[in-house]
Design a protein around this ligand. Structure first.
Ligand code: GDG
Length: 488
């Protein structure tokens, strides 16, 4: 599947239905700078995955307008065509004031639902004020969506944990709409979810959907069990169906993916070799074995554990000192939340310690970047790296693993992958680690480096073939097929 086939299929199957995608984060952020208005693409899996889909389908994307120049570039209806250099679809922005952002986004979404869904009960904070703002912002989005609906045959596609009560709000206003939701993070077992004071409102809200998709079946099963325990609903575990208040909601596992061809092509672009040589020279890593980590700086990503494993690896296997360099790109994320700024500090402190302890005149073990890097630049690092380490302690899917694979055109890279990411079910040729087991983790880094070339290649070829044939367009095709089933 590719962009063209998807756009054609959409036209054939959904001729008179528009697609309205709703997410918190917008795919393009306009920002005022000294040199005029600049456009950023945010770091994050959701927007990275969905932008190619919207380019192909050309629907309307409704999201929070978070950039300092966002208003300036919009028309009177809060709309702007994007991508800026090749306009293909409409972005409609919803404006939130500081109190709304604090309560809805930093508060309920990211300090209650995010940690809870990642099974980190002790990090979850619940406040009535945050919940109220969260509820109000969901209503604000409903108000912004309704005027965009041409007729009740349109398809509304809601993304993620920011909008759990929105499906019910829309359903109440237009009962025949087709409402589908994709949940990008894990769904925890009921014993964990039940901690949430507003758990029933959340479940009732989500059951306003016709269809809810999770990355893997285990998350579907967790959701079914949660509903079974919390609501007076009929739950069919075999068919993944829930009937509640006379309405049916279907669940499906749909593992998200990436635009494989885009990464593959960026990796093969002209002059990339000289660019790679230049970067290596600048970083003084021409003769080193290079590892890479790319993450939003989030406690779910296991960055601290990764750095601990690298420290142990260098201690235990001194023969790799001056020969192994790790590049960590950690884009700051949600920095207003204390937990996140503390994590940033502790990771940077540990990296500093390691660099002080092991560095020599011509070698620094860890090169650390704490800035937003474009996908084009990221690909350079993916190419340079002989090994990628994805060590999340919990992760819905993890796209970095798939991006690294798509960038390995010479098939030599090694992927070290946590057993706690959704992607592990599909990428079983990676070297699988438990990020909590630092000893084993350190040994696996050694194993990855020392793996015979032929085996590295065999494993990488298998994973590349898989990601190529299970790319983001295959994912959207499966999504559309599932939605179509609901409509017919
Ligand atoms: C959630 C779930 C699920 C990284 N640095 C920069 C940058 N990135 C891009 C990567 C990749 C994305 O961010 C991160 O993807 P993850 O999958 O790790 O995602 P989360 O943001 O945690 O997203 C996750 C995902 O949703 C999709 O469903 O896989 O489990 O937690 O694409 O390349 N992008 C830019 N600058 C950077 O510096 N522009």
């Amino acid at each position: 599947m590719n962009a063209e086939t998807i756009s054609q299929l959409y036209r054939e199957r959904f001729a008179d239905r528009s697609l309205i995608l709703v997410s918190n984060r917008e795919p393009y952020i306009h920002r005022k700078t000294k040199h005029g208005i600049k456009v950023d693409t945010p770091a994050g899996g959701l927007t990275a995955a969905l932008d190619p889909v919207m380019r192909a389908i050309r629907g309307t994307w409704i999201a929070w307008g978070s950039g300092s120049a966002d208003k300036e570039v919009c028309d009177g209806n809060d709309k702007v065509m994007v991508p800026p250099d090749d306009p293909a679809y409409t972005l409609k922005r919803v404006w939130l004031d500081q109190k709304e952002v604090d309560g809805f986004y930093y508060g309920y979404a990211n300090q209650a639902l995010w940690p809870l869904s990642h099974m980190l009960i002790e990090k979850a904070r619940f406040s009535m004020r945050h919940w109220q703002r969260y509820f109000e912002v969901n209503r604000k989005f409903a108000d912004s969506i309704i005027p965009e609906i041409d007729n009740d045959r349109d398809v509304i596609w809601i993304q993620d944990y920011h909008f759990t009560v929105l499906p019910y709000m829309l359903r109440n206003r237009m009962s025949d709409l087709t409402i589908s939701m994709f949940w990008h993070i894990p769904w925890p077992p009921w014993e964990i979810f039940r901690v949430i004071p507003q758990r029933q409102e959340i479940l009732k809200g989500m059951l306003g959907c016709d269809l809810i998709a999770f990355h893997i079946n285990r998350y579907c099963q967790n959701f079914l069990e949660t509903v079974e325990q919390e609501l007076d609903a009929s739950v069919d575990r075999k068919e993944n169906r829930i009937t509640y208040n006379g309405r049916e909601t279907r669940l499906i596992p749909l593992p998200i993916s990436i635009d494989y061809d885009k990464f593959d092509q960026m990796t093969r672009r002209d002059k990339i070799q000289s660019k790679l040589t230049e970067i290596k020279r600048k970083l003084k890593i021409e003769d080193k074995y290079v590892g890479i980590g790319v993450d939003r700086l989030d406690y779910s990503k296991g960055i601290y554990e990764r750095v601990q494993a690298i420290k142990l690896f260098l201690k235990k296997y001194p023969e790799y000192r001056e020969r192994f360099t790790f590049i960590q790109i950690a884009v700051p994320s949600r920095t207003k939340i204390q937990e996140y700024s503390e994590l940033k500090e502790s990771i940077e402190k540990l990296i500093d310690e390691i660099n002080r302890e092991f560095s020599t005149d011509n070698w620094k073990p860890i090169i650390y970047y704490s800035t937003n890097v474009s996908h084009r630049e990221l690909v350079n690092y993916y190419r340079i790296a002989d090994m990628a380490i994805v060590s999340s302690i919990v992760d819905g899917m993890n796209l970095v693993a798939k991006e690294y694979i798509a960038s390995q055109v010479d098939e030599k890279g090694v992927l070290i992958l946590s057993e706690f990411v959704g992607a592990v079910a599909e990428l079983d040729r990676a070297i699988i680690i438990n990020p909590f087991d630092i000893e084993q983790f350190a040994d696996m880094i050694k194993k990855g480096i020392e793996m015979p070339e032929a085996e590295k290649r065999r494993r990488m070829q298998k994973m590349r073939a898989y990601v190529q044939t299970h790319n983001i367009y295959d994912w959207i095709n499966d999504n559309l097929k599932a939605v179509e089933k609901e409509i017919l």
